[in-house]
Structures are given as structure tokens and as C-alpha cells.
Design a protein around this ligand. Structure first.
Ligand code: DX5
Ligand code: ZN
Length: 224
């Protein structure tokens, strides 16, 4: 089953609650929140305070993507604010294994994230311990960037690694995903598609989400 995680980074924050309700009704499975600190990623976005408001706006699980240095400092705050899934980049923490346990102790599902230039080897030793791997198909920082095509081959290799290590990890893809490439990314192994601009920059976000889901499901019927 393919699932969509709309990223509120592209939402209209004047009416955030409404936008979240719209994508929830249209069939979103998660609400993706991009957290950036201006150090790990070249942008400043939102913190636990906004996650608290997102929590009040939806029953969907909140998928917090932490693009911040020393994520351990904020894991408990995001969990308390209502995040259900928390993912971290291996470069952002000295002790990835410890950070993974920390997220789990906080009661959240755990994800590890790979930047486009970060090799799979960075997560090989922990892949059996995580619930999902988030593969970045753009460099962290902004919505609306172009999908990096080599992500497809990396995803196939990630799928092999998951199998080889008997991991239960699901594959989430983030960046430049839209109806034009959804089938391809799903055929390559993606199970959760993050979509910012493809959903929220569309004139009708509900219709855009449904279109993305239809395109993604078509990819599920193809064997890569
Ligand atoms: C980029 C973020 C993405 C971004 C996706 O740093 O992690 O989640 O919001 O936006 P689109 O789908 O527009 O590439
Ligand atoms: Zn993200």
C-alpha cells in the first residue's frame, strides 16, 4: 500500500488547520513536518510549538523530519508536542544508535534519513532497528526543488539492503515527488511519498493529493 505524507512546508500558514483538514479528508496518511535549524539545513522553519498546533488540527500521525544538529536535544519536546514518527540524519548526531533508542523511549516510531550524497553504508548497522528510512531526493532546505534521478537506483539498493538485513524498515521518499514521477518512485521501492509543492502549491490541494495517490498506485502495480 502506498501512502502520502503532505509536507506543511508548502502550506499556507494563514490557514494551516484548514489545509491539514483538507489533505486528511482527501486521503493523506501522515502530516510531514520539516524542522530546520539554519545549521544542518540552510533554512529556519518550525519547532515543537507548531507541532502542538498541528496535533490539534488532525488525527493523522505526525511525521517530524528533523534537519537539525544534535537532534537529541529536541526529541522529547517533539514527542510531547505530539509527533508520532521522528527521523534524524546520521550526520547530525555523534551516536546514532543512542539517538534511535532515545526516539523509541520517547514513544515514537524511528526513522533515519539519507541526504542525496550520503551513502547507504551510514545506516547499515542500524537498519534493523528502525521503522523507516527516509531517502532525500533533493538536498534539505526548501520545497519545490527538482527530483535527483540517481535517487531511484539508490532506492533499489536500499530495498536490497533492507531485505539482506531482515529489516522491517519502510521506505519514504522526500523531495521533488509529484504525479509525474510517483509511479516510478513506487516501482523502485518507495512506500511513503512526501509531497510539499505537488499538493499545497496546487490550486486544489485535495484534488492534487488524489491525483498523486492514483499515480502512485499505478506504480505499485509494476514490478521493478
Ligand atoms: C526538503 C524537505 C521536504 C520538502 C518537500 O528539505 O525535507 O520535505 O518540503 O517539498 P517538495 O515536495 O516540494 O519537494
Ligand atoms: Zn522532509
Amino acid at each position: 500500500m502506498v501512502e502520502i505524507a503532505p509536507s506543511i512546508l508548502s502550506a499556507d500558514f494563514r490557514r494551516l488547520g484548514e489545509q491539514i483538514a483538507t489533505v486528511e479528508r482527501a486521503g493523506a496518511s501522515y502530516i510531514h513536518v520539516d524542522v530546520m535549524d539554519g545549521h544542518f539545513a540552510p533554512n529556519l522553519t518550525v519547532g515543537p510549538f507548531i507541532v502542538e498546533w498541528v496535533r490539534k488540527a488532525t488525527k493523522l500521525p505526525i511525521d517530524a523530519h528533523l534537519m537539525i544538529e544534535n537532534p537529541d536535544n529536541f526529541v522529547d519536546a517533539f514527542a510531547r508536542a505530539g509527533a508520532n514518527l521522528i527521523s534524524v540524519h546520521p550526520e547530525a548526531t555523534y551516536h546514532l544508535d543512542r539517538t534511535i533508542s532515545h526516539i523509541r523511549q520517547a514513544g515514537c516510531q524511528v526513522g533515519v534519513v539519507l541526504n542525496p550524497a550520503t551513502p547507504l553504508a551510514m545506516i547499515e548497522e542500524v537498519i534493523a532497528e528502525v521503522d523507516y528510512v527516509l531517502l532525500m531526493s533533493v538536498n534539505p532546505g526548501f520545497s519545490g526543488q527538482k527530483f535527483i534521478p540517481s535517487s531511484l537506483d539508490k532506492m533499489r539498493r536500499l530495498r536490497d539492503l533492507i531485505r539482506m538485513k531482515f529489516s522491517q524498515a519502510r521506505i519514504e521518499i522526500d523531495g521533488g515527488v509529484g504525479p509525474h514521477n510517483a509511479a516510478e518512485v513506487v516501482a523502485a521501492g518507495a512506500e511513503i511519498l512526501v509531497a510539499g509543492s505537488a499538493v499545497f502549491s496546487a490550486e486544489d490541494p485535495a484534488e492534487a493529493l488524489k491525483e498523486l495517490l492514483r499515480a502512485a498506485e499505478a506504480g505499485g502495480r509494476v514490478t521493478a
